[in-house]
Structure formats: structure tokens, C-alpha cells
Design a binder for this molecule. Sequence first.
Ligand SMILES: NC(=O)c1ccc[n+]([C@@H]2O[C@H](COP(=O)([O-])OP(=O)(O)OC[C@H]3O[C@@H](n4cnc5c(N)ncnc54)[C@H](OP(=O)(O)O)[C@@H]3O)[C@@H](O)[C@H]2O)c1
Length: 242
Amino acid sequence: MPEMCTNSWKGRALVVGAGGIGRALSVELARRHPSLEVTLATRHPLSDDVWTVDLQCPNSLSKLTEQLIADSHPLRVVINATGRLHSPSYQPEKRLQHAEQSALLDSFAINAAGPLLLAKSVEPVVARDRPFHFASLSARVGSISDNRSGGWYAYRAAKAAQNMMLRCLSLEWARRLPLTTVTLLHPGTTDTALSQPFQSFVPKERLFSPERAAGHLLDVLLHQTPTDTGRFLAWDGQDIPW
Ligand SMILES: NC(=O)c1ccc[n+]([C@@H]2O[C@H](COP(=O)([O-])OP(=O)(O)OC[C@H]3O[C@@H](n4cnc5c(N)ncnc54)[C@H](OP(=O)(O)O)[C@@H]3O)[C@@H](O)[C@H]2O)c1
């Protein structure tokens, strides 16, 4: 009987994206599951124990595959905690006239294609007879049916595209790799660089610390099993409409 029980998770856990939530997730995952080898991956690692991964660079993703094939720890969980809402060259659009091709393409590259290409790069080490969780940070604003205020064209649409891609992935893996669980997660508004310019609109009690958000997300994720694969879940475990 393969292990399903969350407190017996063993093997490599890879958290990609060393932003506010990614760092907090890696710390909390290691604290809760001492049998996991938790590794953080980022574009610009500052220490040897952090891996280098750039989701917008095909060469970097190929190197990740090689690193995982050479790894002595079987891959047990991957969490994508990368994402981009704004950059030095663009801000989320308030109206149509703010839409720019470069920002739309950049947002799709990291928020939509990035998670799928990460899944592609780890798939060679995912085994048919071993449980594996693939989770990715999405956002409630990527829900099409819940969109009541508009705006933020690039980010909303790229997150909606991510949801579709990982929903497709969950169905493909359910056939070929039946012990996999693919989960899309909304962390709630969290105090990180990504949300920083927009925090004045958020009541204080609804702005989570990264540590609190990470705790919520792991509470949800660690209870997901292959029969749940393909869900889009908020930090409190509620399903979010697509
Ligand atoms: N904070 C919120 O309120 C909130 C709400 C809903 C959803 N989310 C989602 O939660 C996730 C984590 O966000 P966060 O709040 O922790 O934001 P954050 O602190 O800005 O972290 C995002 C991270 O993504 C990394 N990244 C960007 N492009 C990358 C690439 N090509 N390859 C590898 N890493 C890359 C960034 O690394 P660099 O430093 O190298 O650029 C950054 O560390 C995102 O998907 C976000 O959309 C956040």
C-alpha cells in the first residue's frame, strides 16, 4: 500500500520561487515534515543549498531535470511559488488603454507557461507507483466566474490560463501517473513584494503574514489525495469557482 498519510511524507520537496510565500513555505514544510529534504529554488541563489531555477529559461529547466534524475531522494512534492503582478517595467492595468503586448506576454510566460513547464521538467522523475504532489500558487482573481471588478488583464488572464493548463495536467497524470495530486492554491492577500503596492485597499485583519499564509496552504495541501487532483482551492480549503 503506497503511503498516503501526510505525516509520513519522505523524499525531496522542491519549492520553486524564493519570494515571501515561497520562503515561508519551505521553512514550514521542513518544520512539519522532518523526513522531507526541503529545497528552495530561485533564479539567484545566495547559498549552496538553494537550487537555481528560472522558469522562463528552457536551459535552466533542462538542468533541473538532470539534477532531479541524479538526486538520491525520490521527488515527493513540488510547489510552484513564483509569480508576477508588477515589475519595474509594468503595473497591473486599470483599464484597456494600459494593456501592452510586452506586459501581457511576460505575465503569461511566468504566471501561465511557467508552472506547466516546471511540471514538464519534473515529470521524468515522477513514478507511476509513488505518490507525488504538484501544487502551484494561483490567485482568486484568476477565477473567470468570480470576476466582478475587471482590470488587471494580464495577471487575471494568465492565472486563468494557468488554471486551465494545470487542470489539463491533472487529467493527463490521473491516467498515466495515478498517484499524483495536482492542486491550484490561492494564498489570500499576503504581505509580500507582490501585493505591497496594493495593500492599502486591504483591511489589516485580511492581510496575512507569509508565515501564516504558508501554514494555511500546507494545511490544505497536505490533505489532498489523488482523488482530489485538479482542484482550485483557497487558503481556507474552499473550492474556488473556475
Ligand atoms: N501575495 C499575495 O497577496 C498573493 C495573492 C494571490 C496569489 N499570490 C500568488 O502567490 C505566489 C507567490 O507570490 P508572493 O506573494 O510570494 O510574491 P513575491 O514575493 O513577489 O514572490 C514571487 C517570486 O517569483 C519569483 N520569480 C519570478 N519570475 C521567476 C522565474 N522566471 N523563475 C523563478 N522564479 C521567478 C520571483 O523571484 P525574483 O526575486 O528572482 O524575481 C519572486 O521571488 C504568486 O504566484 C502570486 O501570484 C500572491
